[in-house]
Design a protein. Structure first.
Length: 76
């Protein structure tokens, strides 16, 4: 989601302008998780268990989804 919000800001601030890598100065960036218990996951998805492909993101029976982020940057 974070990258989509960046796209929207750039489209609004610089309509129809092709920005270059040199136009961006990143000051800071971070990301953090939304943590889902098995009960929360079941309520949202209807699934009884986490699918195997999410196993790498499960810690102590909690699914840690990196769905939050912040980027502080300047364009031009």
């Amino acid at each position: 989601m974070t990258t989509h919000l960046v796209d929207l800001v750039q489209w609004q601030a610089f309509p129809e302008v092709v920005l270059k890598k040199e136009d961006v100065q990143i000051h800071s960036a971070k990301r953090w998780t939304t943590d889902l218990s098995p009960d929360m996951f079941k309520e949202v998805t209807g699934l009884e268990t986490y699918p195997d492909y999410l196993g790498k993101d499960v810690q102590n029976d909690t699914l840690r989804v990196y769905s939050n982020g912040e980027i502080n940057y300047v364009l031009r």
